[in-house]
Design a protein around this ligand. Structure first.
Ligand code: FPP
Ligand code: MG
Length: 329
């Protein structure tokens, strides 16, 4: 757990920086093409935690080194636009109708318009990166986008695999989520011209936070309240996507239960059957076991920060780490 509070000044600074990111995002989603602007504005106004630009700005500040605030808001918006593009595409893949308590872009505008407008957002983000012109950041972000997309394809390959190995599943989480959060933190360090030791500490923080974030996301899919997460529940099981709660549950099922769970995985499971499966996950340890792995990653993230100077921004990164495991949405 993070100790103590960050100063009101530091909070004020980061709020102002996030406002600047929001203003930049508002400018960037404008387009001469009506549908592109509609899909972009719909996604932007749906809100979101804006974690990626926050990681960029906090990481840069946590180095204690000076950096250009204008660059931080443009790069922050660029990273958020990449994230927005991936979520628009992900909702098409997952056939999701709601996100953040609202209809997804695909539910409102259809799959084709959403995929293409997501492509425009991604292309604009790449162009913003080129404008920024830092070759190291361009190389890292583009490699991470490739990894994220490959992670999503690996997840697709693993669809319907009830017996996926835990390590293979964790590698998918690393590729589809942790790689990019790591990249946002490292980009912050690079923007501030930080030495290698700080950059790799912030990268390690981002990796562990990303793993914890996705593990908690997958837990919320089973045990979150739809009213709080803004997404429907138990979609992973319904769609045949095995995540940690199911991977751990496999070890504690009787033969009959195992037969039922396998037969129903991604295959017309009823609400009653899912309620029973969730009960097993709650009572027999899988939820706790997955939560423990998320906690372990948060602890590793906090440990990684130890080499950084003890600033308010480091404190804020610690607070964000706790939020990741405690969040309900
Ligand atoms: C959310 O996972 C999805 C991701 C973390 C990655 C999505 C990546 C792609 C669709 C491929 C790359 C696309 C582009 C535009 C480069 P989830 O479905 O587990 O989370 P959820 O519960 O929020 O839907
Ligand atoms: Mg999804």
């Amino acid at each position: 757990m993070a100790q103590g509070l960050a100063s009101p000044d530091a909070l004020d600074q980061i709020v102002r920086e996030m406002d600047a990111v929001e203003a930049e995002l508002g400018r960037q989603v404008q387009s001469q093409v009506r549908l592109v602007e509609q899909v972009g504005s719909h996604t932007l106004s749906g809100g979101g935690k804006r974690l990626r630009p926050a990681f960029l700005a906090l990481s840069a500040r946590a180095t204690g080194l000076p950096f250009d605030r204008g660059r931080a808001s443009r790069l922050g918006a660029c990273l958020e636009m990449i994230h927005m593009a991936t979520l628009i595409h992900d909702d098409v893949i997952d056939r999701a109708e709601t996100r953040r308590g609202r209809e997804t872009a695909s539910a409102v505008f259809g799959n084709t318009a959403s995929i293409l407008s997501g492509d425009v957002l991604l292309a604009k983000a790449m162009s913003m990166l080129a404008q920024d012109g830092d070759l190291g950041i361009i190389r890292m972000v583009s490699a991470s986008v490739v990894e994220m997309a490959e992670g999503e394809v690996r997840e697709l390959e693993a669809r319907g695999l009830f017996d996926i190995k835990e390590d293979d599943h964790l590698e998918i989480l690393r590729m589809k989520t942790a790689s990019f959060i790591r990249c946002c933190c490292e980009a912050g360090a690079m923007m501030a011209g930080a030495p290698e030791q700080m950059r790799s500490a912030l990268g390690a923080y981002g990796y562990h936070i990303g793993m914890a974030f996705q593990i908690v996301d997958d837990l919320l899919d089973y045990r979150g309240k739809a009213a709080e997460t803004g997404k429907p529940r138990t979609t992973d099981f319904r769609e045949g996507c095995a995540t940690l709660p199911l991977i751990y549950l496999r070890n504690v099922l009787s033969e009959t239960e195992d037969r039922m769970a396998r037969a129903k995985f991604g295959n017309g499971v009823t609400d009653e059957e899912l309620a029973l499966i969730c009960e097993w996950m709650k009572d027999r340890g899988p939820f706790d076991q997955a939560q423990q792995l998320a906690n372990h990653h948060v602890k590793a993230a906090l440990d990684a920060l130890a080499v950084l100077p003890a600033t308010d921004e480091r404190k804020l990164l610690e607070i964000v780490a706790d939020f990741v495991v405690l969040r309900q949405s």
